[in-house]
Design a protein around this ligand. Structure first.
Ligand SMILES: Nc1ncnc2c1ncn2[C@@H]1O[C@H](COP(=O)(O)OP(=O)(O)O)[C@@H](O)[C@H]1O
Ligand SMILES: [Mg+2]
Length: 253
């Protein structure tokens, strides 16, 4: 059975060499919600995001302590299959990063590595994934043209579609709209509201207004610590920690 919490993070500490970048983080993240992480540059937002699918393992000299339970299994257990983990916990990066291939090939890449080769099945995945990100109508007549010819906003929606194509449970997004214009940003924010019906979304944003508009719960981090975690509306209207208040009032960057 699916749990109420998609992640339960217990006493999480992370060191880059001697730099203590995450300090005893405890947080439970609800399923089928959009959770935003805000905080000043360098406070550990991206690092925290990358602990949730063990992308931090790819960085040399990292030490992780503590537990992150996903569906009641600690993802830092030795026998966890990282490829499977990163399929169920997918990731979308800040800069749209399609492969230098066609739109179609970008989407079928993941499913093919999972052994799906039947053309009718791949066609179906391409269509449903592109429909899920509201890109189908814009590109259905040019599926075999280069993905890199799309606009930045379209490329980012394609990257979300590529992530969805392997049927993840959670989508991690690191400042997914910071490289986009305001109209593309609005499109992606609207899209997130639809995607959360199917997925749990955990998003770093440098933009407090985006967190306020688009998320259900918000976590505020400062210097590696989780300072406050609340329903988004409460955090922005009656923060319980003066450091949160100072940050959302713009008293420091
Ligand atoms: N690959 C890395 N190697 C060493 N230190 C890193 C690495 N990535 C981030 N850090 C350090 O970890 C801290 C948090 O960084 P980061 O998670 O990128 O913050 P944010 O995303 O909030 O800007 C910073 O002190 C940063 O210098
Ligand atoms: Mg970052």
């Amino acid at each position: 059975m699916l749990q109420e919490h998609v992640f339960e993070v217990e006493n999480l500490n992370l060191y880059y060499g001697s730099n203590h970048a995450l300090k005893n983080i405890n947080i439970n993240i609800k399923r089928n919600e959009i959770t935003a992480i805000i905080g000043p540059s360098g406070c550990g937002k991206s690092t925290f995001l990358k602990t949730l699918n063990r992308m931090v393992d790819l960085i040399p000299d990292v030490e992780v302590q503590g537990k992150i339970n996903y569906n009641q299994v600690n993802i830092y257990d030795k026998d966890v299959n990282l490829e499977e983990l990163r399929t169920v916990v997918g990731m979308v990066f800040q800069k749209p990063s399609p492969f230098p291939k066609s739109i179609y090939e970008n989407i079928v890449f993941g499913p093919r590595t999972h052994g799906i080769n039947k053309k009718s099945k791949l066609d179906e995945i391409v269509e449903t994934s592109l429909k899920d990100v509201a890109l189908w109508d814009e590109v259905k007549d040019r599926l075999h043209t280069p993905a890199l010819a799309l606009s930045g906003g379209q490329q980012q929606r394609l990257c979300i579609a590529r992530c969805i194509a392997v049927e993840p449970d959670v989508i991690l997004m690191d400042e997914p709209t910071s490289a986009l214009d305001p109209i593309s940003t609005t499109k992606i924010e609207e899209l997130l509201q639809e995607l959360k019906e199917k997925y749990s979304i955990f998003m770093v944003t440098h933009n407090m207004h985006q967190a306020a508009r688009a998320s259900d719960t918000t976590a505020f981090m400062l210097a590696g610590e989780l300072i406050e975690f609340q329903r988004t509306e409460a955090l922005f209207t009656k923060p319980s920690d003066t450091r949160t208040e100072d940050y959302i009032m713009g008293r420091f960057g």
